[in-house]
Design a protein around this ligand. Structure first.
Ligand code: ATP
Length: 457
């Protein structure tokens, strides 16, 4: 028995091991450098994984930058002037509390220990004193490795937006409120590992700094919380496994005036998917002070300089991909009693949207199927597969989340029509080849998850 209320949502039921195995077998995610035994908390993405990551990034960029009028993008360097990280507080304060288990010697993040139990060996209360452990990766720039040549791999992309605030504002002539967005790699020497790609040493972030008038900043914080939740719903994540949770005052980062996490109910419990922080004027003020440059905004109506406040939705591509896979995983038993594994991925993020399958490798079918494939390639993310039986090929596409298959059979040779088969319902319809692109587009549109109305701010 658990003490969860009766109407509590059910956590995603797929075992992480099952998903890790599928991800490796089908080319989503591999252990990094597996031939050398891998490397802790480091993964490589395979052919289907890179497609899916790209779709996640594209969806975020479209929604955050291209479809909006108030946000622009940048790409800043990953290794930059170390003064950035001194001013931002990362050199001094970007640390996690670390303890060692006295029984099994496991290194554990103290703030993640539940009921004083070691997560590695279950020993109770057998820990060393807490020490602070800085998460920054250090490196050296130039041929001499001394204190003067120390630089850091960026632990977040956000600082790129703050140090470029003035250049972006002036080059684009933006008025408040406006945002600067960036997608790119970040690096953290994480103590706690595990849960697959949930926590890695090297990962990709999608962050947006929304600069606004301090008087409106709480309203914008609320607006972005709702917007970000809606985005996850638009990617098909089950709403009952999503929630917003406000940080307690003890949890708040050194820069934050208030943070709310979008959390997901993972197989191991609720966990952070994205953080939405109200950073106040912490960063602009800190960089203005450290650099001696004024990082203010001239408010023409009031005729005065102000330091904007910042609301920051900060998400991780790898963690989102893991969440989408966990959420989409499903198993069914078909009419013949056979197990069907499927990923119910939204078409927007599925690695492949349309698979083209000739009924068999028959020499009359294959050239026709290849012509159909050629016709579809400019419009959809496609795959062609003619190996093994058609039933097995449908299952293979189900297992990697392909929403639609187009089958070319002997009738096609006579009637110039093909069958469209849907992943979720396994229903099939026959459509003329002439209208196949439009028919597929309609189906994709119909499969798009329904989302709530946009909030207003
Ligand atoms: P956590 O409490 O899980 O360590 P955090 O609060 O330090 O995360 P943020 O600094 O808010 O994370 O980073 C924003 C987002 O970047 C996170 O919500 C997550 O999606 C992603 N992220 C952060 N650290 C990692 C990591 N080590 N591996 C993968 N993704 C990460």
């Amino acid at each position: 028995m658990t003490d969860a209320p009766l109407d509590a949502p059910a956590a995603a039921s797929v075992e992480l091991e099952t998903l890790i195995s599928l991800a490796k077998r089908r080319g989503f995610v591999f252990p990094s450098a597996e031939i050398y035994g891998g490397f802790a908390s480091t993964y490589d993405y395979g052919p289907l994984g890179v497609e899916m990551k790209r779709n996640i990034r594209d969806s975020w960029w479209r929604g955050m930058v291209q479809e909006r009028t108030d946000i622009v993008g940048i790409e800043a360097a990953m290794i930059t002037n170390p003064k950035v990280w001194q001013a931002s507080g990362h050199v001094d304060s970007f640390a996690d509390p670390l303890v060692d288990c006295l029984v099994c010697q496991a290194r554990v993040r103290a703030d993640l220990i539940v009921d004083n139990v070691c997560p590695a060996c279950d020993a109770v209360g057998q820990f060393t004193e807490e020490r602070q452990f800085n998460l920054l990766f250090r490196t050296f720039v130039g041929p001499v490795q001394d204190d003067a040549s120390v630089a850091y791999l960026r632990p977040e992309t956000a600082q790129g937006m703050f140090v470029n605030f003035e250049l972006v504002q002036q080059s684009t002539r933006r008025r408040l409120p406006f945002g600067i967005a960036q997608i790119g790699k970040s690096f953290r020497n994480e103590i706690t590992t595990g849960h697959f790609t949930f926590r890695m040493l090297e990962f990709e972030q999608m962050e947006m700094e929304y600069f606004c008038d301090p008087a409106d900043s709480m309203e914008w914080h609320e607006y972005w919380k709702q917007e970000r939740l809606r985005w996850y719903e638009s990617l098909g994540v089950r709403p009952e496994r999503l929630r917003l949770r406000d940080h307690t005052s003890e949890e708040l980062s050194h820069y934050s005036r208030g943070t709310s996490d979008v959390e997901y109910l993972y197989p191991w419990g609720w966990g952070e998917l994205e953080g939405i922080a109200h950073r106040g004027d912490f960063d602009l003020s800190a960089h203005a002070q450290a650099s001696g440059k004024s990082l203010t905004y001239f408010d023409q109506e009031r005729g005065e300089h102000i330091v904007p406040h910042v609301v920051e939705p900060a998400a991780g591509v790898d963690r989102i991909m893991l969440t989408l896979l966990v959420d989409a995983y499903d198993e069914e038993v078909d009419a013949r009693g056979e197990k069907r594994v499927l990923l119910r991925l939204a078409p927007e993020v599925a690695p492949t949207t349309v698979a083209v399958l000739p009924l068999s490798r028959n020499e009359r079918l294959v050239p026709t199927a290849r012509r159909v494939w050629e016709r579809l390639r400019p419009h959809f993310r496609t795959q062609y597969d003619d190996s093994q039986s058609i039933g097995r090929r449908y299952r293979r596409q189900d297992e990697v989340g392909t929403p639609l298959c187009v089958t070319v059979d002997f009738e096609t040779l006579d009637d110039d029509a093909v069958t469209i088969r849907e992943r979720d319902t396994m229903s099939q319809i026959r459509v003329p080849l002439d209208g196949v692109v439009e028919a597929l587009r309609e189906r994709i549109e119909a499969l798009r998850p329904v989302v709530r109305e946009a909030g207003n701010a």
